[in-house]
Ligand binder design. Structure first.
Ligand code: ATP
Ligand code: MG
Length: 554
């Protein structure tokens, strides 16, 4: 967050000036239970960005304390995504590398009379916890002796009990107004194979116990997390202190990033993948980093967007249009312009000599002349967009209609004189004449036309597939359903128009496009060559964003 000041930066600056710290260490701590999404990008940018500004260090740490949900696939994807966003960690760490030390610290708590083994089951523990208005009740097992606790905890570790039979709890205060302090569970039994430690452990530390220890072990100075952890801060500090950690990290919370019309939690995103609603985690409709990448977003656009959203305690939803704005800004000068016809209608130019063709010159990007020129073939038959022609146009329709003249972008004026229809009355072909005097670039000033339309040469154009997207779930639809009191989840309201696949044509000079190449198609917006489905002979484009913010609820 190079220049923008924010409250976290102010705290860090103060800590360095007062001598509380002489270095800054942060970490980005994802749980490898899914792919990263745009919300994580915010955390990444804050953690890496702030450490960078103060010449500090940032670890990438996998918070892998729940073997049932975690997977190597996610570990790999997360590393790829962090790098793609433009960040490089100092150390790569795994919470599971600290399981031995965490176990020792739990034993220390038991020895100090600050932890005990409890036989209550999950439901009983919940009942005993009380509520915000009622104090909790102490477990009948709370006052076991240190010896008994040590022995039971060791037997838990040795696999003598089943899942759920026993837990280890911190002994804090069952009457605390903060529910997190009412003897939280810090270890549970889970006979499961862990992606990193295999079958070495059958007890696993809970997040609230593990996370502060991980931070302290790594000498993290500022542990930045989102505001839902605010109530856990007293427990975080309790763990660091009672476990007698040398290093005392400071937890600071900031507001989550939320986007309109965007499902964000990993749990929901995983459901979309598991139900086969999307084409994997990197489906271009997913708000995952890999989905945004495949759709065609750039790291620069994501970084600029996130920086613009700022750092604060609030977490209102940011308009998705703002993210789109930044990708347009980034691609404007970088991406070649081209013409593609998404819904083709054939035009025959009846006075153009049969069998002949010519090459026309066009700028690759008029806003960035350094990109040079491209060659666009032109001949007697071309395709235009179906909706660039109307037989019976309303007033102020300046595109093609019988008797009207328009400019073909980079080419000539054409005038329509005939409309060919099929038996059902559908327009299947248009006949026009062209005026050779009006060639683009010759400075022709004889007369003006009001409309300019794009086209491709029918003989040489390459067929291509275009995929157009809308959000998977629309906020208004969900809100309306909620107000109706419908007892359904977001998955029941998937937008039926979230993807539209159409076949059109592109300029022949695009034959050798590569996956992830990005173009601005005249009037249609920015598109990316899909890395998964595009192949030579079958080019597939994902629309990243239209040229203007045009998305409206239907
Ligand atoms: P989700 O709730 O979407 O599944 P999570 O918080 O469970 O996300 P973690 O893997 O625990 O995912 O997150 C790693 C880090 O990213 C945490 O520090 C978390 O606070 C942060 N983070 C997650 N979602 C967001 C978000 N929407 N905005 C900002 N930071 C986020
Ligand atoms: Mg989580």
């Amino acid at each position: 967050m190079e220049h923008n000041s924010n409250f976290i930066r102010t705290i860090i600056k103060g800590d360095l000036e007062s001598g509380k710290h002489n270095k800054v260490i942060t970490r980005f701590p994802p749980e490898p239970n899914g792919y990263l999404h745009i919300g994580h990008a915010k955390s990444i940018i804050i953690n890496f960005g702030l450490a960078d500004d103060f010449n500090g260090r940032t670890n990438l740490r996998f918070d892998d304390t729940n073997p049932l949900k975690e997977d190597q696939e996610y570990v790999d994807a997360i590393q790829e995504d962090v790098k793609w966003l433009g960040y490089d960690w100092d150390d790569l760490r795994y919470a599971s590398d600290y399981f031995d030390e965490m176990y020792q610290r739990a034993v220390l708590l038991i020895n100090k009379g600050k932890a005990y083994v409890d036989d209550l089951n999950q439901e009983q523990i919940r009942e005993y916890r009380g509520t915000l208005t009622e104090p909790g009740k102490e477990s009948p097992y709370r006052n076991r002796s240190v010896e008994e606790n040590l022995s039971l905890f060791e037997r838990m570790k040795n696999g003598e009990f089943q899942n759920g039979d026993k837990v280890l709890r911190a002994k804090i205060d069952m009457t605390s107004p903060n529910l997190n302090m009412r003897d939280p569970v810090i270890y549970r039994i889970s006979h499961a194979t862990h992606h990193n430690t295999g079958d070495q452990w059958c007890i696993y530390p809970m997040y609230a116990f593990a996370h502060p220890l991980e931070d302290a072990i790594e000498d993290v100075t500022h542990s930045l997390c989102t505001t839902e952890f605010e109530d856990q801060r007293p427990l975080y500090n309790w763990v660091v202190q009672e476990c007698e950690m040398e290093s005392q990290p400071q937890q600071i919370e900031f507001g989550r990033l939320n986007l309109t019309n965007t499902v964000m939690s990993k749990r929901k995103l995983k459901l979309l993948v598991d139900e086969g609603i999307t084409d994997g985690w990197d489906d271009p409709r997913m708000p995952t980093i890999s989905g945004l990448r495949r759709k065609g977003f750039t790291p620069e656009a994501i970084r600029e967007f996130v920086k613009e959203t700022g750092v604060s305690k609030g977490s209102g939803a940011v308009d998705e249009a703002m993210l789109e704005h930044y990708v347009r800004e980034d691609l404007k000068l970088k991406s070649p312009r081209t013409m593609g016809v998404l819904r083709p209608l054939k035009v025959v130019i009846t006075n153009y000599p049969e069998g002949e063709s010519e090459m026309l010159e066009a700028e690759i990007n008029p806003e960035n002349p350094e990109m040079g020129m491209r060659q666009v073939p032109f001949s007697r038959e071309i395709y235009i967009e179906q909706d660039d022609f109307m037989e019976d146009p309303p007033k102020k329709y300046f595109r093609l209609f019988p008797g009207n003249e328009v400019r073909l972008k980079h080419a000539y004026f054409i005038k329509c004189h005939d409309v060919i229809k099929d038996d059902e009355g559908n327009v299947v072909e248009i006949h026009c004449t062209y005026d050779p005097e009006t060639k683009s670039g010759t400075g022709f000033t004889g007369r003006k036309v009001k409309g300019t339309i794009h086209w491709v040469d029918a003989n040489s154009a390459i067929p291509a597939e275009f995929r157009l997207y809308e959000p998977l779930v629309l906020d208004e639809v969900m809100k309306a359903a909620e107000e109706e009191g419908e007892d359904k989840t977001f998955i029941d309201y998937i937008n039926p128009n979230s993807i539209e696949i159409i076949k059109g044509y592109i300029e022949p000079n695009m034959e050798n496009v590569q996956p992830q190449d990005k173009f601005q198609f005249f009037r249609h917006g920015y598109f990316n060559v899909d890395p998964k489905h595009s192949a030579p002979g079958n080019i597939v484009f994902n629309r990243i964003v239209s040229l203007k913010s045009s998305f409206k609820l239907k």
